[in-house]
Design a protein around this ligand. Structure first.
Ligand SMILES: Cc1cc2nc3c(=O)[nH]c(=O)nc-3n(C[C@H](O)[C@H](O)[C@H](O)COP(=O)(O)OP(=O)(O)OC[C@H]3O[C@@H](n4cnc5c(N)ncnc54)[C@H](O)[C@@H]3O)c2cc1C
Length: 559
């Protein structure tokens, strides 16, 4: 049987960083990914990565405070301290590995301003920072000799007596199922953006790992905290990076007014994302937009700056909306971008299931709370990817492999897949169910939400789940059956969507990205706490956890 001390699921930035760390610590390590590693969504990151460098006169405690305020005081401050105090070293490590960060006129690593932060501390490579980081990390992965299972799709976690024993994965090329034994498993499976339509996320971002961990008994925390990014392109919903506003772009209504003056007079366009998205949505709802959009205006930045620092998003505007941002404002609106919630972990990535870790967007170490600051997510992936890899490798020294009956485990999963393939064609399609789920989530669990809209989403999900139980898989072949993979992914998506909707319904206040029109105020007395969703008999069961406060007391949040 295939066997590894540390098995990392997911080869985005978090996964590769975890695997490299585990391997450097002497563990027999493997990484598994449903797509080739450099096709992971981390590749799409545009704007940059945050770090407070001391030699710039910056201070990690300032970065921590901005992050805590950005989180609307829901982030756990011990975890935020870890992230912000390790950021400088983590960034320089990436530079030493070979990332060619942009430099300023003095030859120092260059920074740009990002939202919700009082200093420019975002390091970047043009507007394709994720690609630069991911490719360098892939080189390091190859160098490390870590075994890589590329285009293998994990379908279940194997547990024996409450301890992780391994995973079952489908080798996509052959259609064969394999059991892989592992002492520890690290989920680095990314977010769940495609539960919403449209979204800025790649089509592969379907929340698989969150659902696998949830189904195995782990808790998903803060799932109501879904980030809508202020600048997604009209129509397709593709992201136009915050880097544009970081470089000085304006937001304007249909008459050319910079409406942020009224919502965040100090930070204007660079207030935190939840604040800017709400401002835009308020203007659009009041009829101050055009076709459901307001405008991102870069025309005053000049062609030279745009070509040097924002060339990719300029091309996106031309190709997908026929608008050249050098010459005219681009129509944009808030769009689903990121999930602050995820698999609850401690600061070493350990979940409530012994031997199971999580890092990156699928995890919730609790550094983002109610709202993530731009460029803190790439930082989260490399800091907590590395920590979980180190911790898992060390834990393996005193762990044994857990036995299980390989034949039986594979046969059971084989049966589940055969049942899906053998369903009669009833005319329904997984694509239709996925689209209906995405549209319901976007309109009902939106920038603004209330009991009635969330209730509608919950009812829609119930109906879609019934359809999902009978939906046919048209392609019966086993070789490269993407029809089957998409159908399996949809099951995970529906599980995660439930946890989002039920958690959003539960939180009866407005904090961070959970803006309830029926409870418009933040209510620290009753709701300064996390909501954790665990799988129950008939849907998510919710409980609470306290927020860890070290030294920054909650206060009113103004930008
Ligand atoms: C367009 C865009 C721009 C962004 N820009 C920025 C930015 O500038 N700065 C910033 O800080 N953040 C940014 N973000 C957010 C950030 O990029 C992501 O949160 C982060 O890259 C996620 O990394 P990850 O390693 O957790 O997951 P991902 O990179 O999404 O990787 C997930 C991995 O899991 C694998 N996987 C998933 N399910 C399975 C399965 N069932 N079986 C096997 N493998 C599986 C996938 O194959 C993939 O390898 C951006 C996000 C988007 C969408």
């Amino acid at each position: 049987m295939l066997e590894h001390d540390v098995l990392v699921i997911g080869a985005g930035l978090a996964g590769m960083r975890a695997a490299i760390a585990a391997s450097a610590n002497g563990a027999n390590t493997a990484i598994i990914s449903k797509v080739h590693p450099v096709r992971s969504h981390s590749n799409a990151a545009q704007g940059g990565i945050n770090a407070a460098l001391l030699d710039r006169g910056d201070d990690w405690e300032d970065h921590a405070y901005d992050t805590i305020k950005g989180s609307d005081f829901l982030g756990d401050q011990d975890a935020i301290e870890v992230m912000c105090s390790s950021a400088g070293r983590a960034l320089i490590d990436m530079e030493h590995m070979g990332v060619t960060f942009n430099r300023d006129d003095e030859g120092k690593l260059g920074t740009r301003a990002f939202g919700g932060q009082r200093r420019a501390r975002t390091f970047y490579v043009g507007d394709f920072t994720g690609q630069a980081l991911l490719h360098v990390m892939f080189e390091q992965l190859i160098k490390s000799g870590v075994r890589s299972y590329e285009e293998w799709f994990v379908t279940s976690l194997i547990e024996e007596e409450g301890q992780v024993a391994g995973v079952i994965a489908l080798e996509i090329r052959t259609g064969q199922l394999h059991a892989i034994r592992a002492k520890t498993v690290i989920f680095c499976t990314g977010g769940c953006g495609r539960l919403f339509e449209p979204s800025t996320n790649a089509l592969i971002v379907t929340g698989d790992g969150m659902a696998l961990a949830y189904n195995a008994g782990a808790g998903l925390m803060d799932m109501e905290m879904v980030q809508y990014h202020p600048t997604t392109l009209a129509g397709s919903g593709v992201l136009l990076s915050e880097a544009a506003r970081g470089e000085g772009a304006y937001l304007r209504d249909k008459d050319g007014n910079r409406f942020m003056e009224r919502y965040a007079p100090n930070m204007m366009e660079l207030a935190s994302r939840d604040v800017v998205s709400r401002a835009e949505q308020t203007e659009i709802n009041a009829g101050n937009g055009v076709n459901g959009c307001v405008f991102l205006d870069c025309t005053h930045l000049g062609e030279a700056l745009i070509m040097e620092k924002l060339s990719q998003i300029r091309e996106i505007g031309i190709d997908l909306a026929g608008v050249d941002m050098v010459r005219e404002p681009v129509p944009i609106r808030p769009g689903m971008h990121y999930i602050m919630g995820g698999i609850k972990t401690d600061i070493d990535g350990l979940t409530s299931i012994p031997g199971v870790y999580a890092a990156g967007e699928c995890a919730n170490v609790s550094v983002h709370g109610g709202n993530r600051l731009g460029a803190n997510s790439l930082l989260d992936t490399i800091v907590f990817g590395e920590r979980s890899g180190n911790h898992a490798a060390n834990a393996c020294r005193s762990l044994n492999f857990v036995d299980f009956d390989e034949h039986e485990v594979v046969a059971r999963e084989e049966g589940r897949i055969r049942d899906m393939l053998e369903r009669p064609d009833n005319g329904d399609r997984w694509g239709a169910i996925r689209q209906a789920m995405g549209e319901s989530m976007v309109s009902n669990v939106a920038v603004f939400r209330d009991e009635q809209t969330i209730g509608e989403a919950i009812r829609d999900l119930e109906g879609l789940r019934e359809r999902y139980a009978r939906v046919p898989v048209q392609n019966k072949n086993r070789v490269f059956n993407t029809d089957l993979i998409f159908a399996l992914e949809l099951g995970y998506m529906l599980d995660v969507a439930d946890t989002i909707a039920f958690s959003a319904l539960e939180r009866k206040e407005s904090r961070g990205a959970n803006s309830r029109t029926d409870f418009p105020e933040r209510d620290d007395e009753n709701w300064l706490k996390h909501i954790v969703a665990k799988k129950g008999e008939v849907g998510p069961e919710l409980s609470y956890l306290p927020v860890t406060i070290t030294k920054w007391q909650p206060e009113e949040r103004k930008y």
